[in-house]
Design a protein around this ligand. Structure first.
Ligand SMILES: Cc1cc2nc3c(=O)[nH]c(=O)nc-3n(C[C@H](O)[C@H](O)[C@H](O)COP(=O)(O)OP(=O)(O)OC[C@H]3O[C@@H](n4cnc5c(N)ncnc54)[C@H](O)[C@@H]3O)c2cc1C
Length: 248
C-alpha cells in the first residue's frame, strides 16, 4: 500500500500572533512553528496502514526551508520518505493544493491523508481541492478508517453523530482528532530521522485566486462594569442589558 501524507508547518498554538507591518501577513519573528496537530493524526493513520498492509509512507510539505523541521518530525515518527516542495512566495489554498496535486499525480498513492484543517489559516480546503484535482473521492472529518480489499470504510463526525461512508481506492481522507492517538517519536526514531534525506524540488507554479487584502486582530473587549453586589442593582442591570448592550 502506497500512502502519502500532506503536512503543514504552522505557528505553535501558544504563540501570540502579531500582524506584520505590511498588514497582510503574520510577523514570524520569535514565533515557534510546529507540525499541525491534525496532520500528526494523519501521519499516525498512515503509519498504522503501513503496519497492517506493508508498503511505504511519504510525507509531503509545500513551503520554505523551515518546513524541513516538520518533515523531520514525520521521519522521526516513522514515515519512509519526506519531500519538500519548495516555495517561499505567495500562495492561497488553491495554489498550495495545485502544488501538492502535481507531485501526488506522479507519486500515485493508494491513500492520501490530510489533516481536516491547518491550524494557521483554518481554510479546511486543501485536502478536498487536491482530491478534486486528482479526480479521486475524498472523505472529510474522518474519525474511523478501515481499509479492506481496495475499499475504505470510514466514519465521519457530523453534528450530533457519525456518518458511515465507503469508498474505493485511490482516495483522500481528511483526519479529525480522535481518529487515533499519534505516537511520540522514539529516541531511536529522532536519531534516525537526522540522517534520513529530505528530497527537495521546486513546487509547480500555480494561479492565485484569492488574495489577502488585510489581516486584523479581534477588537479588544471593553472593560466590564460592576454595578454592585446586592439585588437592588437588578433593575439597572436589566435596563443596561436592554438599552446599552441590546441583548434582551
Ligand atoms: C509558499 C506559501 C506561501 C503563502 N503565502 C501566503 C500569503 O502571502 N498570505 C497568506 O495569507 N497566506 C499565505 N499562505 C498560506 C496559504 O494561503 C494557505 O492558506 C495555507 O498554506 C494552507 O492553509 P489552509 O488553511 O488553506 O489549509 P487547510 O485547507 O486548512 O489544510 C488542510 C490540510 O491540507 C494540508 N496542507 C495545508 N497546507 C499544506 C502545505 N503547505 N503543505 C502540505 N500540506 C498542506 C494539511 O494536511 C492540512 O491539515 C502561504 C502558504 C504557502 C505554503
Amino acid at each position: 500500500m502506497k500512502v502519502a501524507v500532506c503536512i503543514n508547518h504552522v505557528p505553535d498554538t501558544e504563540t501570540k500572533i502579531k500582524v506584520s507591518s505590511d498588514g497582510v501577513s503574520i510577523d514570524k519573528a520569535g514565533v515557534n512553528f510546529m507540525l499541525s496537530p491534525y496532520d500528526e493524526v494523519a501521519i499516525e493513520e498512515g503509519l498504522k496502514i503501513k503496519e497492517k498492509f506493508k508498503g511505504e509512507v511519504t510525507a509531503l510539505s509545500l513551503g520554505g526551508d523551515s518546513h524541513k523541521e516538520t518533515l523531520r518530525k514525520a521521519l522521526a515518527m516513522g514515515v519512509d520518505k519526506a519531500v519538500l516542495l519548495k516555495d517561499e512566495g505567495v500562495r492561497d489554498s488553491f495554489g498550495v493544493a495545485a502544488g501538492l496535486a502535481a507531485e501526488l499525480k506522479s507519486l500515485s498513492p493508494d491513500i492520501i491523508l490530510f489533516g481536516k484543517q491547518s491550524i494557521d489559516y483554518d481554510g479546511a480546503q486543501v485536502g478536498t481541492l487536491v482530491a478534486e484535482m486528482l479526480g479521486m473521492p475524498s472523505a472529510a472529518v474522518v474519525v474511523k478508517m478501515d481499509v479492506e480489499d481496495g475499499k475504505v470504510f470510514c466514519e465521519r463526525e457530523i453534528e450530533g453523530g457519525h456518518e458511515v461512508v465507503e469508498t474505493k481506492l485511490p482516495a483522500a481522507f481528511l483526519a479529525q482528532k480522535g481518529l487515533n492517538e499519534p505516537r511520540y517519536p522514539s529516541l531511536k526514531g529522532i536519531m534516525a530521522a537526522k540522517n534520513k534525506p529530505i528530497e527537495e524540488k521546486p513546487a509547480v507554479a500555480a494561479e492565485i485566486r484569492v488574495e489577502t487584502t488585510a489581516m486584523k486582530k479581534p477588537v479588544p473587549k471593553s472593560a466590564g462594569k460592576i454595578l454592585g453586589t446586592d439585588k437592588s442593582v437588578v433593575p439597572e442591570l436589566i435596563r443596561l442589558l436592554h438599552e446599552e448592550a441590546k441583548v434582551i
